[in-house]
Design a protein around this ligand. Sequence first.
Ligand code: NDP
Length: 452
Amino acid sequence: MWDLDESTGAIVDKFMIGLKRRNPGENEFHQAVYEVAGSVMPYILDHKQYRDAYILERMTEPDRVISFRVCWEDDKGHIRANRGYRVQFNNAIGPYKGGLRFHPSVNLSILKFLGFEQTFKNSLTTLPMGGGKGGSDFNPKGKSSREVMRFCQSFMATLYNHIGAKRDVPAGDIGVGGREIGYLFGQYKRLANEFTGVLTGKGLSYGGSLIRPEATGYGCVYFANEMMKHKGEDISGKVCVVSGSGNVAQFTVEKLLHLGAKPVSMSDSGGSIYDENGITEEKLAFIKDLKNNRRGRIKEYADKYGCQYLEGQRPWGIKCDAAFPCATQNEICGDDAQTLVNNGCRMVSEGANMPTDMPGVNVFMKAQILYAPSKAANAGGVATSGLEMTQNATALPWTREEVDQKLLGIMKNIHGQCVKYGESGSGVDYVKGANVAGFVKVADAMLAHGAV
Ligand code: NDP
């Protein structure tokens, strides 16, 4: 039991000591929990029912973690072995839902942080989805499509025991796009001998939803626009820096263009491009072909359009009005955040998951800029996955316009929830708003279910 005479900060620190002892070395997971605990603790301390039920302790322990060996054969006939995971974090409000990540950096800490965040994010969408995440340290880069297919088939050979349309519905994430979802779905269908909506992000010909590929990036920009509108402005005419050049980054840039903003940068793990004249629809089409079909490097953009290439650098030194980190976790550190603020950046909307580290978040909060944490800003992806599940369940596909309108409505609703729980005299604290709003729904469901 917590000592209620102590300060909230001291209670959070003690809570974190216990969490770190139970999860040693899992730094990303510690970081994600600390950020949530800091903002929901005052709310929990004010509400006896959550304290008495040990809700935060229970919410920070995954329901289960599945870890398995994935053996596959490369094109030279050599046997290779990777590790696969599925973290089923919390299904209090619906089946586990969250992406699969294939990247050499994948480990249990990263997947637990992502699964934990996913639980809050999915709650914010208002759709009935619990939180989960999975993946492998397999690196799809440099592999042939046949190798990727053999890996996906082997991965699914174990995963299929643990997922299902009403149990756990994975989707894509870093390194898992339409091609990989297709192979995973094909193998599930073969093994289970059933055609169900067990994965989202599927191709249109076999149960996918229109707008799902676009949804995370579009939603991130819709959310940014809502933040600006709440202050009586909008995003048009704003100079924007975007990191990444994968799924989320591409559609963030696309929606920025639709709304009249001026995106000037994108990046990959090799470096960033800075196009002072702005990335246009035509230049974006070049990036999509480069990244999705030819699987090339972003430097080719700088060579083709004669703009600056910042080798080995992220784009945070570029002067801008707004920043959209859309590559990976912890890509904005405290110094990067300070540089952005000093250069006049007044808004950050996170397309990637937890792209800003704690010192960076503190810089944004202190500067009182509009700062949308990922669990609110990038929830459009999983929300549209939820819409894909509904279409699969009813066997009725919706039009592009219908899905886009629902996505916009969901992002507005998430913004409204953040305002409800995060607004004070000094403006909206979107971190607090998103964390408390996400927490309340899951916590109330857990209370209703008793000690399970
Ligand atoms: P992709 O694999 O399509 O693209 C990832 C991009 O980020 C690539 O440009 C990649 O560069 C870059 N990147 C990845 N790792 C690093 C790294 N360690 N350092 C620098 N650059 C890196 O992934 P997504 O666009 O799908 O995902 C991006 C982020 O958005 C992730 O944080 C993901 O969790 C989050 N997200 C994605 C959703 C979705 O619907 N896809 C939903 C919600 C969140 P390179 O090609 O050189 O590796």
